[in-house]
Design a protein around this ligand. Sequence first.
Ligand code: CIR
Length: 257
Amino acid sequence: MNFTHAMTRKPASSYLQAITTSGLGLPDLDITQKQHHAYIQALKLAGLSVNVLPALEDYPDSVFLEDVAIVEPEFAIQTRPGVLSRRGEADQITSILTQSFPQTYSIEAPGTLDGGDICKVENTYFLGLSDRTNLAGAQQLAAILQYFGYCSELVDIRPLPGVLHLKSAVNYLGENTLLMDPRLADHPAFQAYSRIVVPIGEAYAANCLRVNDILLVPDGFPGTLELVTRAGFNPMLLDVSEFRKMDGGLSCLSLRW
Ligand code: CIR
């Protein structure tokens, strides 16, 4: 995993109206901004050049930039988010994608797809089918990925209550190792990999983010921290409490390539 670039989007003041099912209360906007700043600093420390896009007040969830595009150095795909309130967010990134990537594509109706459902593991992309990403969206993405030489495999997460996106439950740490929610650990799609299963009660921490030599880990999950440290990863703790309140995690806050 060798990233050189990232894009993030500043949290909007309307962030308090973002979608949430967490039951953790409303975020504090000052703390949100500080946590976002610390996240950008961590990406820079990992060696990335970070493009910080301006806040979009009309889109409370727009800080979760990962959901509106899939990016590789050679191409970018604008998604079609699964909830109506976020659909316009994707159009706000069209011009920046065409400026930054040699080829661009987009997911078209009736397809829907959120970037949070897309988990890249070396040359394979796992495509989560969820309440946000439908089969038509996943199939469109698979066809584009195949053109560029990537394999894809569908993983249906709809039977898992409370799991918003595939990457809420499984993330690639590098070194052939996945970090997983216990409920997905026995899924046939993942049996070829080493698996670190987060402890019961720490499901949120399955969304850690490997960026070059650093593994970003959400603060407050000691069992997961111990497991990834013992496995030889190089963790950096980040407090993302205000993003967790709106169902977001570490991967959701950026696009990386
Ligand atoms: C949403 O419901 O769309 C946002 N409140 C959270 C999105 C989190 N994104 C992600 O996991 N990739």
